[in-house]
Design a protein around this ligand. Structure first.
Ligand SMILES: [Fe+2]
Length: 374
């Protein structure tokens, strides 16, 4: 029986000096669409059936001198592959639970820590989904929580934090939100902008434009900024005048797509307006902390996803466009593949559907696809 490693252990290897060698034994289509990536990951894709057919030695791209982590969808084929490798004298372990387990792995990374304000970015690496703990004293606001709410509850416990408020920047279409459930579980208020919650079955506190929310050390200000475009009432949060938690409005390398809830052109026009007004008025020095990333290269040298607005402005021509129709054409034309199951996920996030945990995992398979690339 070959040895296995957990998603957590795999991440530690990926971060080590040697990095990790991954042999992904899924079909090439699944691999091309979604795989484990990282700056120090060497990845090879050979299907299990090919390993069986030709024998592992046939594939010279599998290194013999390094330990290989085999990966599949659920951890079964990868176990067989690790067995085959071990029988031929290779060093091999398999990832327990496969991509399913990887998809559910969250890693908290500290963005800033000062006496009055600490921000942690909760990175859900497999999906490129980012959520946040904004901490002041022993109080915390959680923003854009994923559906694995125990990750947030346990983290708060470990750090001695009381989750006071839970926010969603918008009604998500690419992943199942844990916001409502997390708020219920910890007895916190849940906030979302009312137009986002249209048709929703849960109760919430309305997030109004320009609202200033104080919590913990009352000198930390969190201001809600209405930034329509990705969705009708997407919201960004300006934290302590220094950090912009930008949801799916503004990414390190793009803007939020406008087409996920229909009315793509109308929403792209709203995004243009948001870019020309709200975003244009924000200072260069703001650190932008988005709701997603689409490429591991967006992770900066400090280990989190975030750039100054100055750097983002320098890279993204869409932030400088003055012609609305040109902007709309670009926004509507560059959206790429629609996230799978987005209509079902929206219905779940409205509380209209309650799938089983297994169905939830299946619905969330694959990366996020929330950005328009510039
Ligand atoms: Fe989104």
């Amino acid at each position: 029986m070959p040895k296995s490693i957990t998603a957590d252990e795999l991440k530690q290897r990926m971060d080590s000096d040697e990095g990790a060698v991954i042999l992904d034994v899924r079909a090439s289509g699944a691999y091309d669409e979604w795989r484990i990536q990282g700056a120090k990951v060497q990845s090879v894709n050979i299907q299990n059936s090919k390993l069986q057919q030709y024998g592992v030695k046939h594939f010279t791209q599998i290194p013999k001198e390094r330990e290989v982590v085999t990966v599949c969808a659920k951890g079964i084929a990868a176990q067989e592959a690790a067995q085959m490798l071990a029988a031929e004298g290779y060093q091999a372990v398999f990832l327990e639970g496969g991509m399913g387990a990887w998809s559910e792995f969250y890693e908290p990374v500290r963005v800033v820590e000062s006496e009055k304000l600490t921000i942690y970015q909760m990175m859900r690496l497999a999906k490129g989904c980012l959520s946040y703990f904004v901490v002041s004293g022993d109080a915390a606001i959680v923003i854009d929580a994923g559906r694995h709410i125990d990750r947030y509850i346990n983290f708060a416990k470990r750090k001695g934090l009381r989750i006071q408020y839970v926010f969603d920047t918008h009604l998500h279409a690419d992943h199942i939100s844990g916001g409502v459930e997390l708020a219920k579980a910890v007895g916190a208020d849940y906030f979302i902008a009312p137009p986002e919650a249209e048709g929703a079955t849960f109760s919430y506190t309305p997030l109004e434009d320009g609202m200033s929310i104080s919590f913990g050390d009352s000198t930390v200000k969190v201001i809600s900024l209405r930034t329509p475009g990705h969705t009708l009432a997407s919201t960004c949060f300006l934290v302590d005048d220094q950090y912009l938690l930008s949801g799916d409005t503004l990414f390190v390398s793009g803007l939020g797509r406008s087409d996920l809830k229909g009315r793509a052109r109308e929403m792209a026009q709203k995004m243009f307006e948001t870019v020309r007004t709200t975003i244009a008025h924000l200072p260069d020095d703001l650190m932008v902390l988005p709701g997603h990333y689409s490429d591991f290269r967006e992770i900066n040298q400090n280990g989190f996803v975030g750039e100054t607005l100055r750097d983002i402005r320098a890279e993204n021509p869409m932030l400088h466009m003055t012609d609305e129709s040109q902007f709309v054409e670009m926004a509507v034309g560059n959206v790429g593949v629609t996230p799978p199951n987005h209509e079902t996920i929206i219905a779940i996030n409205r509380g209209q559907l309650t799938p089983s945990p297994v169905e939830e995992s299946e619905l969330e398979i694959g990366p996020n696809r929330c950005a328009v690339k510039h």
